[in-house]
Design a protein around this ligand. Sequence first.
Ligand SMILES: Cc1ncc(COP(=O)(O)O)c(C=O)c1O
Length: 504
Amino acid sequence: MSDYSVIDSCLSTRDGHLFIDDCDTVDLVDRFGSPLFVFSERQLRQNVREFRDTFARYWPDGKLEVLPAIKANWIIAIRKILSQEGAGADIYSPGELHAALVADVDPELISVNGGGKQEEQIEECIRQGVRITVEDIDEPELINRVAGRLGKKARIRFRVKPNFPDLYKPTDFAQEKVSIDIGIQVYKSGIPAQYLPELGRKVLEMPNLELTGLHFHGGRHHASAWYWQGLMKAYAALIVDLCKAWGGWQPKEIDIGGGYAIYRDPHNKLGLRKDVVETWLTWPLLQVMRLLKPGLRYRLMGKILHSFAKEPNSKIAPTIEEYARAAAGTLHRELNKLGFNTRGVTLQIEPGRCLYGNTGIHLARVKKFKQQTEPMPWSWVLTDTTYFFLAGGIYEYQFNHFIFANRTDDKQTIFADIVGHSCYGDRILPQVRVPEVKEGDILALLDMGAYQEVSASNFNALPRPATLLVDGSEAEVIRRAETIEDVFQRDIIPERLKDKAVSV
Ligand SMILES: Cc1ncc(COP(=O)(O)O)c(C=O)c1O
């Protein structure tokens, strides 16, 4: 996919080079070193405004609040941009609450979710005046007790888990190969509907709690608008049932979570399902081929494995407009059809991957082009990054679009594995078509704005890379690269081990 302007305004190719905003990515690597994460401020502002304005059009009777999932990206400067845009935050951990507050997120717009919250965390949430999204059935009692002790009223809402029997297509998310409805059941989060009528009645009696609304987050089980329509129909029915069960209670806010796919949707494209087919095909074949002479076998396998080469996804996920219509539009219509008055009710959305995804790229230098012709022909592009810096994507079997940033006009003619420099196999992009690359060329991985930088680890004692923010033709470091000293800064040597040799 080369016409980036169709889906991101921040990327372009000019005279054979990749640009992010008005910065030549090749210059960025020359100036700041490699590997690098690079973010576009303009793209981030554009994305959050588009989410806010588009969803608001499909939720005409009340406010629309964007609470981006901070887990997808908690770099403080990035978060500050969203705070300036008036966005809130969906957060999970005490560390994320810290990040949100340091980055000026309005506490009124913070939702703290997650199961098994500890008393200390709950106390901090109440002190800061953020809303608590309840996940466990015994959590309200604890919150009520802590709020009473502090002499405050805590705002809570329930994270619910409706049933979705109509969502029969296979999920992209669960480890098992099951339908979406089963995938949602297997996912640990949310209070099952069976407990909610009684729990709500109890909470409405608790003096130190205000039940402000309901929350649901299903996650990216499926990229389609069809998935969102199914989710919202069942969620609307549950909301209406609960309002009745709780004696006409009316939510002030309804949160529909995140899970909107990145446009180029790299999710799960390394293909678990395809792996099963491949295993079934290749295993018997391998056994038969053991009868052949080793040389012939390697040559044949080299050819066969090439034929399994993959391409990044060419199907574009729904636009924000299509998601807004399917999610906010369906919820609005279904609730009103069921007699629920949406006037004055706030709708909250928590985009993560789709909000940040195309705002960031990852740049790495080619260290070597390595090739063997015997016994099995194979080629590798060895880079100075590693999939340990891209762990969030690796967990989700992401297969990202890429381009060689200093050879954007070159034809991609050679099959090779693009690999990282940890001692693992580190196959970032297995068997893709690449141009005739050489040492010093620059690889750009696209859609690296969500879950990647924040999940980087130090395997092989590799210092994590720096992050830049670009704005037009300006680029600044917003997270510095680690040093080798940083990697070891948490180590403590017990006194008895300080001697170089064992004293006898
Ligand atoms: C509660 C909640 N909201 C929002 C998100 C963001 O999801 P995504 O990045 O798929 O949009 C997550 C991610 O797991 C989440 O747990």
